[in-house]
Ligand binder design. Structure first.
Ligand code: FAD
Length: 351
């Protein structure tokens, strides 16, 4: 007899959606989510939270479609959730690349000019489309946890300091000094993939941690302004109406950062990297950025999320490494993790 059927390590958007998926499929199972901080306070807190209907590979496109459907269902069930629908504008000189990456449901249509209030030069190809939204991801994780609490135990402020595998269970050594035994464990640690407690388990995944940053643009979004996606450099300008400013997300080249070391906000190097990227996309805005947000995410060698068992008997499942797309792909990651849990040993534990 274990303390709990499934322990989920990490209360970010992925851990919360894993807990939701597990209890939806098996309401009698006991699930505990452990987070050394507060729910939604890791990478999820810093996220731009953009969903767009696209993906670089077939699997990611399928996951993006599943994510869109899941978030639309959640919003329909509970309109108060911080999920905000958004129009889409894509700029690119690579029409074939855009056609490959975007799902049919984006309904991309060629346009003559960039809609909205921002001074963005047109470039060579412009399309408008649909199927986007953005979310306050940290607040969404907290809202999901609030709704799950009657069925799921959330132990915030409780770190997992060690993982031991037994014949019939996994024992988590907690920062409180207590052990917690579980029939199965889902590791959803966001960018903390190299934590000492599970480093030996995750090493074979060859994950790396990259800085993910976005600059805050001091311009108030106009009503109905779409997200403007710069497809070729992989960047976007996102209107954050609820915060009263735009955000410019760009691809940083800073690899192998440590999440716990990113406490000093924007550095000169990151600001310069972002301004250079913004100047290439929308030169008139480059002077309007003096602020932003900096954190990181885990990246996999194939640039697809990793959802797989880490031990021979399938009791420990890793769910993450979403390569800077962990919000929009989280519902599909959670579904794959639950598939592994319910096809593994936890299936044999009575609720
Ligand atoms: C600036 C920025 C912009 C982004 N924009 C987008 C976007 O527009 N669209 C998109 O889809 N994605 C975006 N992302 C990526 C996305 O936010 C992440 O992929 C996603 O939030 C990861 O969720 P998670 O649940 O895996 O991780 P996290 O939210 O980091 O959750 C992991 C949790 O594990 C906990 N934890 C760690 N170690 C331990 C331990 N030893 N014991 C117990 N708990 C532990 C942490 O406290 C944390 O709460 C962005 C990320 C950043 C940083």
């Amino acid at each position: 007899m274990t303390d709990v059927d499934v322990a989920v390590v990490g209360g970010g958007i992925i851990g919360c959606l894993v807990a939701r998926e597990l209890t939806a499929r098996a309401p009698g199972r006991t699930v505990t989510v452990l987070d050394r901080g507060l729910v939604g306070s890791g990478a999820s807190r810093w996220s731009a939270g953009l969903h767009f209907p696209r993906g670089a590979t077939r699997r990611v496109r399928a996951m993006a479609a599943a994510g869109q459907d899941a978030y639309e269902r959640l919003k329909a069930e509970d309109p108060a959730l911080p999920i905000h629908p958004l129009g889409l504008c894509v700029l690119s000189s690579d029409a074939a690349g855009v056609a490959r990456a975007y799902l049919e449901r984006a309904h991309l249509t060629p346009a003559r000019e960039v809609p909205g209030t921002l001074p963005v030069p047109a470039g060579t190809g412009i399309w408008t489309g649909e199927g986007c939204h953005h979310a306050d991801v940290g607040a969404l994780a907290a809202a999901l946890a609030r709704r799950l609490r009657p069925r799921v135990r959330f132990r915030e402020g409780v770190a997992v300091a060690g993982i031991e595998r037994g014949d019939r269970e996994v024992t988590l050594r907690l920062g409180t000094g207590e052990p917690l035994t579980a029939a199965a464990v889902v590791l959803a640690p966001g960018p903390w993939v190299h934590a000492p407690a599970w480093r030996s388990l995750t090493r074979p995944l060859e994950l790396r941690v990259k800085l993910v940053a976005a600059l805050h643009v001091d311009r108030v979004p106009g009503e109905g302004d779409p997200v403007v996606v710069f497809h070729d450099p992989d960047a976007f300008l996102l209107p954050l109406a609820h915060r009263g400013h735009w955000m410019f997300s760009f691809t940083s080249r800073q690899w192998d950062v440590r999440p716990d070391a990113l406490t000093d906000g924007l550095t000169g190097a990151t600001l310069a990297e972002g301004r250079e990227a913004l100047a290439a996309c929308a030169p008139e805005l480059a002077g309007a950025v003096t602020a932003g947000r900096v954190f990181c995410d885990a990246y996999s060698p194939r640039r697809e999320p990793v959802v797989r068992t880490l031990d021979d008997d399938g009791r420990i499942v890793f769910a993450g490494a979403a390569n800077g797309s962990g919000y929009r792909l989280a519902p599909a990651i959670a579904a794959e993790a639950a598939d592994l849990i319910f096809s593994g040993p936890a299936q044999r534990i009575s609720a």
